[in-house]
Structures are given as structure tokens and as C-alpha cells.
Ligand binder design. Structure first.
Ligand code: FAE
Length: 529
């Protein structure tokens, strides 16, 4: 039975799901032996753009997503778990939480949880933990929603082979619009209780002579106003972010993916992890493991696709391609596959404020302001003033700095373990720390304050061993052509953060989305026309 006939037989209507405002994955959509024109691996930013635009061009698309479809409420009536009481829904197959800011006042506050296919993955490599979203919507389910278009003058360093005029005239605006990016009401900001922490951060930046900027977001700021007024269910103001938002956020399942499934041409197979892609006739045989909520394989399926779009995120895409090149399934891939991976220069730090600079016990989990020191040639940095939504007054100012870290790591296949390693070293983040210190040493001196040393370990000042922003591993115009076509294999494409060589100068998802919009437009016109 064909996939379309199967869907008709089960009475499933994707259009209805989209009308309800959310993309819904089908229960058993990927049939062993099925043949599809296009298969997209992963449903984050790159995958969502590919799915929507291919469907609008009239092409049937199967999206394979290893994470869950986050549509069914848990026993507490919520889809995502509470931040201060995390359960299995919080983390991808772990028995304890692994909080990015995991310590406070001398102790770890990680908690035991049930092993489950939760929404946030902390994937460990030798020198770094990489946080990633897992589920239909990828990183959009867990991220801070900060939707930043990089400054035009920095674009050349991000994607040197891409025409910046086109990006800023067409693809960045297209991405911002489709993502539902909105701006904070600046009058409201000045008095909103939930942004006291951001106003304190701004004041300290200004007093030390640093520029700052408001940052747009995909979280609905009008909804947030109502949260502050206590007229709706609180989400950002209940600290919800890294384990998912139960309201207010325009994650991809409500934007791109809802529109994609609304075409009736896109099927999303949740809990389907792609394990290999091998040439088969004029297309590719894609093998996937259907998994249960314990991560166990319940079925192995093979689907043949004319075209395959790798959108499993920088790490997921790189791991798949590096493994398949090493194992000989895709042996002709370029040697550039697996190279030039970076952490977007991420480093976190906290400062201890004086009692007169309270940051507030009620904090919006969505950051809205950044300190812009990118023009400092001695150490460029863009530091978001991050919330620390613990529910009590902590006097902590927390920051996530994006810096211009020049180090790049590579993925390699380890035949002993059968896994893919990443050779990033924690010490490589020293230049990021140095760049962040150029801002925060100065602020501390001016304010007479000190760094917190209790947030990232015991007597550890810097959150330098994890990243939220994995980028690269299959770089545009190197491992692929200038539109993401993989060298050596017609019909294979990369369309996610793996294309971007390690840094975007700001938070990355708007750039990943805009680049995907640019590339898919060309691919549809030239390869599928
Ligand atoms: P991504 O969104 O990661 O999607 C990849 C998808 O592929 C995931 O759903 C995976 O589960 C799935 N997948 C992986 N392997 C497989 C496989 N083998 N088979 C099937 N499916 C697979 O990729 N960025 C911003 O711009 N602003 C922010 O405020 C921000 N805050 C963040 C906060 C946190 C806690 C985190 C973790 C990230 C944050 N980011 C932020 C980063 C942003 O979410 C990330 O750059 C994008 O999600 C990457 O988009 P991709 O399409 O590359």
C-alpha cells in the first residue's frame, strides 16, 4: 500500500492538524518498503523550511524525527514538565538532570529523573556537552527564542560565499516573518517586574560604556504581558524554557511545521531515528529505527527516497555523514565532511550584585536584551543578559556570551566504539573567556562586584564546557556546493546548522532558517523544476 493510500486508509488528515495550530506527527507513518520523493532527516529549523517549501512546490515529503511529538499532556495536564520539578520529560534518556547552570551555593542541584525520551539532550563529547532539542520542532522547543539577525557588516565572516545583498533583502525577512518574530514593547519593558534583571544588566553595561540592544524573540510578547498581569497561564514567567514552553512560544510546530502539514503533503514520523543512508538505484535507501520512550528499537524500517535532506542539526548531520563515509556507504563524500565545527564561542558567567541591585524573584525566561561588544577587535563578544528564574531573589546577573572563538573541531568515526567522536577541548574556550572578561571585568570593577563561583561547579567561575549553539561539521561551499548539495552524491543535501562554519556572531537560528530558505529555493528551481 502506498504511503498516501495508507494515510487515507487511517483517516488521518494533516490539514486538520494544522488548522488546530500545531503540527502533529502520525502514529505509524513510515512504512517499511515505502518509496518517497523527498525524505527530510530532523524537524528543526533547516528541516522545517525544507519540508514546507518542498510541499508548496508539490512534492510529497516524509520527515523522520528521532524525538517525540510533543502534543499529548502528561499526568499533570501539561505537555512539558515544570522547570523547578523536572521529570522524565525534561531530558533525553538520562537518569539525572544535567542543568547548564547546575550548581548553587556550593552544591549541585541536579535531580534524579525517570529515563525517557525527553525534550532536551545534553550530548557529551570529550571536551564539551552540546545541548540540543529533541522532538518535532527540534531546538525551537527548548531554546530562548532570541531571534537575532546578525549585523550586515559581520555577515562576510559567517558565510563568505553567500551573496549578502540577497540574504538581507529576501531571505532574512522571509525567515523572520515565517518564524513569527516579534519585538518587545519598550514602554512596557521599562516597568515590567519580570524584566528587572534585564534592566539591571543594561544599567551596568551602560555605566561601563558598553553598547546594548533589544533582541527580538519568537515568544509572543503580547502573551507575556498578560502573564505579567496574571490573566493567562504563565509560561515564560513560570521559568519555562529549556524543558519546553507550555504556552506563548511560536516554536516550529506552530509555524513552519503547522504550515507544512497543512499542505497535506508532509508526513512527520516522530520517534524515528535515521541510522543510515545508502545509494539505491536512482535514489537512496534510508534505514531508521522506530524507538519507544525508553529509546529501545521497536521496529527497523527501510524507505527509499529520491532525495534526502540532512537536517539533523550540526551534530546529528555530521555524525551521520562521517559514519557513513567511514563505513563506505557514502565513501565519495568530500573530506571536508566532519570539519570546521564550532561552539559559536559560547561561554556563560554570573556576577554577584549588591543588595541594592536586586534582579527580581519573578524573571521572564525569555531574554530580550544583549550587550554588544562585537566591534572590540581585542575580543569580540555579544552577551545576552540571561534570566536566572529560580523563583527567589538571588542578586545574580547571568550572561551567555557569544564570542569570536577561532578554534574549530572535527568529527571522526571511532571504529572501536562504532561512534563518532568530536575532538573539541575545553581549554579551547579560553579565548571566549578572555573576550567575555573584557566586558565583565570592567563591569565588576565599575560596580565593585565579583563573579559568582558557585553556578557552574564548586569554585568554578565560567560555564565554558557546554554550548547551546553547535555549528558546522558540513560547511557550505566546502563539504557541499554553495547551496548545500553534498559533493559526490546527486540528490543528497545538507540544510541545517552544519552548513555554518562554527560562528554566527549572534544567536544562530534566524541565520540557519534564512540560509535554508535561500538554499531550498535554488534547489527546487534547479533540481526539481
Ligand atoms: P535542530 O533544531 O537541532 O534540529 C535537528 C533535529 O534533528 C532535532 O529535532 C533532532 O532530534 C533531530 N535528529 C537528530 N538526529 C536525528 C536522526 N539520526 N534521525 C532523526 N532525527 C534526528 O537543528 N538559538 C537562537 O538563535 N536563539 C536562542 O535564544 C537560542 N537558545 C537556545 C537555548 C537552548 C537551551 C538550546 C539547546 C539552543 C538554543 N539555541 C538558540 C540554538 C538553536 O536552537 C539551534 O541553533 C537550532 O535549533 C539549530 O537548528 P538546526 O535546524 O540546525
Amino acid at each position: 500500500m502506498s504511503r498516501r493510500r495508507f494515510l487515507a486508509a487511517t483517516g488521518f488528515t494533516l490539514g486538520a492538524a494544522a488548522l488546530a495550530g500545531r503540527a502533529v506527527a502520525t502514529a505509524a507513518p513510515a512504512l517499511d518498503g515505502d518509496k518517497v520523493p523527498a525524505l527530510v532527516i530532523g524537524s528543526g529549523y533547516g528541516g522545517s523550511v525544507a519540508a514546507l517549501r518542498l510541499a508548496q512546490a508539490g512534492i510529497d515529503v516524509l520527515v523522520a524525527e528521532m524525538g517525540m511529538s510533543w502534543t499529548k499532556p502528561g499526568p499533570d495536564g501539561d505537555i512539558f514538565c515544570p522547570v523547578l520539578k523536572p521529570d522524565g520529560r525534561s531530558y533525553w534518556l538520562r537518569e539525572t538532570t544535567d542543568q547548564p547552570v547546575g550548581y548553587f551555593l556550593g552544591g549541585s542541584y541536579n535531580k534524579d529523573i525517570d529515563r525517557y525520551t525527553g525534550v532536551l539532550d545534553s550530548e557529551g563529547f570529550g571536551g564539551i556537552r552540546v545541548y540540543q532539542g529533541r522532538g518535532v520542532g527540534g531546538g525551537s522547543l527548548v531554546n530562548g527564542g532570541m531571534a537575532v539577525t546578525p549585523k550586515r557588516e559581520n555577515f562576510g565572516a559567517i558565510l563568505p560565499s553567500v551573496n549578502a545583498d540577497e540574504m538581507y533583502a529576501t531571505y532574512y525577512p522571509r525567515a523572520n516573518s515565517a518564524l513569527g518574530v516579534n519585538h518587545i514593547d519598550q514602554n512596557w519593558f521599562e516597568s515590567a517586574e519580570c524584566y528587572q534583571f534585564a534592566r539591571v544588566g543594561r544599567k551596568h553595561a551602560e555605566r561601563s560604556g558598553f553598547g546594548w540592544t533589544f533582541v527580538p524573540n519568537v515568544y509572543d510578547f503580547e502573551y507575556m504581558k498578560k502573564e505579567q498581569a496574571n490573566t493567562v497561564r504563565r509560561s515564560a514567567l513560570a521559568g519555562e524554557v529549556i524543558y519546553g514552553n507550555n504556552a506563548g512560544k511560536r516554536s516550529l510546530d506552530k509555524t513552519y511545521l503547522a504550515a507544512a502539514t497543512g499542505t497535506g503533503k508532509v508526513t512527520i514520523a516522530a520517534q524515528h531515528m535515521v541510522t543510515s543512508v545508502t545509494p539505491s538505484g536512482s535514489g537512496y535507501e534510508v534505514e531508521m529505527a522506530q524507538i519507544d520512550t525508553q529509546g529501545r528499537t521497536t521496529a527497523t524500517k527501510k524507505v527509499v527516497a529520491d532525495r534526502v535532506f540532512f537536517a539533523a542539526g550540526s551534530v546529528g548531520t555530521s555524525k551521520l555523514l562521517v559514519a557513513m563515509k567511514a563505513k563506505g556507504q557514502l565513501r565519495n563524500l568530500s573530506d571536508a565532511v566532519g570539519q570546521k565545527w564550532g561552539n559559536n564561542g559560547n561561554v556563560m558567567v554570573g556576577r554577584a550584585n549588591h543588595m541594592w541591585d536586586a534582579t527580581g524573584s519573578l524573571q521572564s525566561a525569555m531574554p530580550c536584551l544583549g550587550i554588544d561588544n562585537w566591534a572590540d577587535a581585542g575580543g569580540p563578544a555579544f552577551a545576552e543578559v540571561a534570566p536566572f528564574p529560580s523563583g527567589i531573589e538571588t542578586y545574580v546577573s547571568l550572561y551567555l556570551a557569544i564570542t569570536k572563538n577561532p578554534n574549530r573541531a572535527k568529527f571522526t568515526f571511532n571504529s572501536g566504539t562504532g561512534k563518532v567522536d568530536l575532538n573539541w577541548q575545553t581549554a579551547w574556550n579560553q579565548s571566549s573567556i578572555d573576550a567575555a572578561k573584557r566586558i565583565f571585568d570592567k563591569i565588576n570593577k565599575k560596580e565593585g562586584t565579583i563573579y559568582r563561583t558557585d553556578l557552574f561547579g564548586v569554585y568554578k567561575t565560567w560555564g565554558d564546557d557546554f554550548t547551546y549553539h553547535p555549528l558546522g561539521g558540513c560547511v557550505l561551499n566546502e563539504a557541499t556546493d554553495n547551496y548545500g548539495r553534498l559533493h559526490g552524491y546527486q540528490g543528497l543535501y545538507v540544510i541545517d546548522g552544519a552548513l555554518i562554519p562554527g560562528n554566527t556572531s549572534v544567536n544562530p537560528f534566524v541565520t540557519i532558517t534564512a540560509l535554508a530558505e535561500r538554499n531550498i529555493e535554488r534547489i527546487i528551481a534547479d533540481d526539481l523544476g
